[in-house]
Ligand binder design. Structure first.
Ligand code: GLN
Length: 498
């Protein structure tokens, strides 16, 4: 038996096909590995280990043969190369970690493996997750399958490409300031960044620890819910910022109308806040259009749209680009060429070894952020920059709490434009930073957010609708996105040729 349509299936369908033995975990893994190799020019994957993949697949098939069933049992997926993995190298998209092999699996990876998923490989990303286009990867760009001359977004660019080009039914990503939501938006993928602390950061290569958060990316909200139910949960012993909040079944509200609502208007009673600042002149017309149409669809499903304001939206950019580099400069001090990572071949003394190892190992954007971070933390500047940024961060979080007195969820675009051409912004770091305007606020506040495929812009490029919830409102976000996906088919569209 051999099936050539396995890459067409989402997580739930594949799990069902594997469970009823119309295919096997081994067959599914082999099929997707072959596809990933055939589409290597997309730059989605950084590493494979076929032997390890097939061993995991055989183990899943054995569990099925023994009568076990589970929503992810035997399902192939791939991990952003920022999660450490025992069976695959981990580079975080950096030369600094070239050839690095972790002695353990990240908690998120281990939890998904326990649930019976099969790891296909590791996915390309911006170096240390710093970027929004995947062009900062030391291992080459990843290409947007909707137009291979364009970026897939970032930093989880390879993750979004793998799902969009049907090289994996689902993947993991991380989001520090938008890195799940923005590439999901650029590639017509559904992705959710949970509440800060909801998924363990243990084994996630650190960028900005007060912001970093893991999450799933897949074709549908339902598939994301299945993954997140496994990924989330406390890990207090290993991650001190992991939240002591019991694991949840995020699929529980899917397909159910909201309390008191009828099946035809499942979102009856849901108040969706539209921040004025998310719909201004800075948003491209071909993004506004699909987002507005998606909101009209949500209204048809019973939701009420309310105008709100998040007055400090613009400040999210300077605040984030002080706090994130500050934390990055501290986190990245561990790469000194001594304990692990790249070490220069030739040097004069210890200081020279540090200098050469770090100059050779880190790419230009990472070096830029280390410099900014070190500067804003230095004596005499700390109060003016870092402390001020922390104060405004608090106000941004308060603005959201104010908004949530008027609405249950917040909606807007995930990004101000569709995917841009590779190279278009690469000489201009500030242009890249500005493109993060709509994802940074929720990150700074630690709120859950997602991007849901909402249609296409001028050149047939995907547009994502962002939904933001209050703390721990992941189930409500997924329920809303699922209701939208039951009524529309944007999320089922794949790029031509894939
Ligand atoms: N684009 C943002 C940055 O460059 C966000 C990255 C992320 O979320 N990892 O920092």
């Amino acid at each position: 038996m051999s099936r050539s349509d396995l890459h067409e299936m989402g997580v739930a369908e594949l799990a069902a096909a594997i469970a009823d033995k119309s295919t096997s975990a081994v067959e599914a893994a082999q099929h997707l590995l072959a596809r990933a190799r055939a589409h290597a020019s997309l730059g989605a994957y950084l590493a494979f280990n076929e032997e390890a993949t097939l061993a995991q697949a055989r183990a899943a098939d054995a569990r099925i043969a023994a009568g076990e069933r589970g929503p992810l049992l035997g399902v192939p997926l791939a991990h952003k190369d920022i999660f450490v993995t025992r069976d695959f190298p981990t580079t975080a998209g950096s030369k600094m970690l070239e050839g690095y092999r972790s002695p353990f699996d990240a908690t998120v990876v281990a939890k998904l493996a326990e649930a019976g998923t099969v790891t296909l490989g590791k996915l390309n990303c911006d170096e240390f997750a710093m970027g929004g286009s995947n062009e900062n990867s030391a291992y080459g760009v990843a290409r947007n399958p909707w137009d291979t001359a364009r970026v897939p977004g970032g930093s989880s660019g390879g993750s979004a490409v793998a799902v969009a080009a049907r090289l994996a039914p689902a993947v993991t990503g991380t989001d520090t300031g938008g890195s799940i939501r923005q590439p999901a938006s650029f590639c017509n993928v559904t992705g959710i960044k949970p509440t800060y602390g909801r998924c363990s950061r243990y084994g996630m290569v650190a960028f900005a620890s007060s912001l970093d958060q893991a999450g799933p990316m897949a074709r549908s909200a339902a598939d994301c819910a299945a993954l997140l139910s496994v990924m989330a949960g406390p890990d207090i012993d290993r991650d001190s910022t992991s939240l002591d909040h019991p694991a949840e079944d995020y699929t529980r509200l899917l397909g159910q109308p909201r309390e008191g609502a009828r099946a035809e208007r499942p979102l009856q009673g849901l108040r969706i806040g539209l921040p004025r600042e998310f719909f201004g002149a800075g948003v491209a017309a071909d993004v506004q259009g699909p987002v507005r149409a998606a909101l009209a669809e949500l209204e048809k499903l019973g939701a009420t749209l309310v105008d709100i304001s998040l007055p400090r939206t613009e400040l999210a950019i300077p605040v984030y680009y002080i706090i994130a580099p500050a934390e990055a400069s501290s986190n990245l001090s561990r790469y000194d060429g001594v304990k692990f990572g790249h070490r220069a071949a030739q040097y004069d003394d210890l200081i020279d070894m540090y200098k050469k190892s770090r100059s050779e190992g880190f790419g230009p954007e990472v070096q830029r952020r280390i410099m900014i971070g070190t500067y804003v933390l230095s004596h005499g500047y700390y109060d003016a920059y870092y402390l001020k940024a922390q104060q405004i961060r608090r106000l941004i979080a308060q603005d959201f709490q104010q908004a949530f007195t008027q609405c249950d969820l917040i909606a807007g675009p995930a990004a101000p434009t569709v995917a841009w051409k590779i190279g278009d912004k690469s000489d201009d770091p500030v242009a890249n930073y500005l493109a993060d305007i709509f994802t940074l606020p929720a990150s700074l506040a630690g709120l859950p957010g997602m991007s849901v495929p909402a249609g296409f812009g001028d050149s047939g490029l995907p547009v994502g609708l962002q939904l933001i919830g209050n703390y721990f409102q992941e189930a409500a976000l997924l329920q809303t996105a699922h209701a939208f996906q039951q009524a529309t088919d944007w999320h089922t569209k794949s790029p031509e040729g894939f």
